[in-house]
Design a binder for this molecule. Structure first.
Ligand code: G6P
Ligand code: MN
Length: 439
């Protein structure tokens, strides 16, 4: 029986993750779930829903809500991390400040992602240190915290021996859509993939040994990564902005039909198009606050009044994936998933110390990447530019160097010039004063 802590317990994702955990209790038996958040008030609201979900399955799991790291992590076997430093208020600024300079406004890509990275690295390191101090030696942190690529690089650099596995649900969400398009189950797909987080390509998609890339290419250049019937897409990705995101990769597929891009590549390959089609006053952060956030708190209010729990957080790939990865660690199953690992020769023509996203076997000793081999120049060049931007950003915050922050912004492919980079960076520094004391 395991003790599991969810750091970022106040997240709107928590009830969905908890439902995934409950669905897998046989594979991951739990004696205790601890919700941990620095915002106790928000967490206690969300916990109403999370606890109601647990009560549907069992009353034998001890549930703890805490804002104290020792209580959260003492003797823990697993920690799920999903912190959002600065919450949606800062996400809104990460999106809107760049857009006010006609630059992509996105939570993890472009200047918004760099800003979010600067906010998250130190809190993530603090979390790792707390877990190391209080949890079992065998404890793994399974980390969804964004911007995952920058967080992974920060952790690699500052806490190289930490037992952290950095994951993202976008590859698996893309596979869900591919499976919907091909009319098969997601589990039937065998894929190859390489890149950085939110910056990669599917190079193989097979079902029963048959190459299905040609069919997908044809479909994507007509419909994007959507089926005509979008009910095949889970609700979290059914908002209009997500539909747009999955459609936007159509032109990329027409230009570069070799591989299937992670949808986030649109921000780097089509930044002018993305900016033209963005609403500078109403971004994804607003959509989430008015949608997912509101409906969860509404569900909780209704539950407290009537005892009826609406399923406003059904289990999508996001919850399923983090539990799948954890089960593979717990039972040492060596299942193959796309996760972030240190390169070390997996892609020989990229730096050994790059945190790449590739297929890996997930064991109780961590992820064991599968050899990928050399990648083509075009992809290598794109990845190296992005990697440099992210690595220099981590140096900027650890050294307190404005110049390096400016280099990181200038290198980011979403930003057209050093002049624009400086303007956006200066505005973001102003907005992030309380988070970046060193810049
Ligand atoms: C995907 C990505 C996450 C990202 C999320 C944003 O799941 O993999 O990294 O945080 O989308 O979704 P949202 O609904 O909050 O815009
Ligand atoms: Mn992600």
């Amino acid at each position: 029986m395991y003790k599991l802590a969810i750091a970022g317990g106040g997240s709107t994702y928590t009830p969905g993750i908890v439902r995934s955990l409950m669905d897998r209790l046989e594979d991951l038996p739990l004696s205790e779930i601890r919700f941990y958040d620095i915002d106790g008030e928000r967490q206690s609201k969300v916990a109403v829903a999370a606890k109601a979900v647990i009560a549907e399955y069992t009353d034998s799991i001890k549930i703890t809500e805490t804002t104290d790291p020792e209580t959260a992590f003492e003797d823990a076997d697993f920690v799920f991390a999903q912190m959002r430093v600065g919450k949606y208020a800062m996400r809104e600024l990460d999106e809107k400040i760049p857009l006010s300079h006609n630059v992509v406004g996105q939570e993890t890509c472009g200047p918004g992602g760099l800003a979010y990275g600067l906010r998250t690295i130190f809190p993530m390191v603090e979390l790792i240190d707390d877990v190391e101090k209080y949890a079992k030696e065998s404890c793994w942190i399974v980390n969804y915290s964004n911007p995952a690529s920058i967080v992974a690089e920060g952790v690699r650099k500052l806490r190289p021996n930490a037992k952290v596995i950095n994951i993202c649900d976008m590859p698996v969400a893309t596979m869900r859509n591919m499976a919907g398009i091909l009319g098969v189950e997601r589990e039937d797909l065998v894929v190859d993939y390489f890149g950085l987080n939110h910056f990669g390509w599917f190079t193989k998609v097979e079902v029963d040994g048959e190459d299905r890339l040609p069919e997908l290419r044809e479909h994507i250049s007509k419909w994007g990564l959507l089926t005509e019937d979008i009910s095949k897409i889970d609700y979290r990705h059914a908002d209009s902005s997500w539909i747009k995101t999955f459609k936007n990769i159509k032109p990329i597929m027409d230009f570069f039909p070799d591989y299937i891009p992670n949808p986030y590549l649109q921000y780097y390959l089509l930044p002018d198009y993305i900016v033209e089609n963005s609403n500078k006053e109403h971004t994804r952060a607003n959509e989430v606050m008015e949608g997912r956030e509101k409906s969860l708190f509404e569900t909780i209010r209704k539950f407290e009044e009537t005892g009826i729990l609406d399923d406003a957080f059904h289990v999508g790939v996001h919850g399923i994936f983090i539990v799948d990865v954890t089960v593979s660690i717990a039972q040492n199953l060596a299942k193959r998933y796309l996760v972030m690992v240190e390169n070390n020769g997996t892609i020989p023509n990229l730096p050994a110390d790059a945190m790449i996203e590739v297929p890996a076997l997930i064991t109780n000793k961590g992820p064991v990447p599968e050899y990928v081999g050399e990648i083509p120049y075009f992809h290598k060049a794109m990845i190296e530019q992005q990697l440099a931007s992210e690595k220099i950003l981590v140096e900027a915050i650890t050294e307190g160097s404005y110049e390096k922050a400016l280099q990181a912004f200038t290198l980011n492919k979403t930003i057209p010039s050093a002049i624009v980079a400086k303007k956006v960076l200066d505005d973001l520094i102003e907005a992030n004063k309380e988070y970046w004391p060193t810049l």
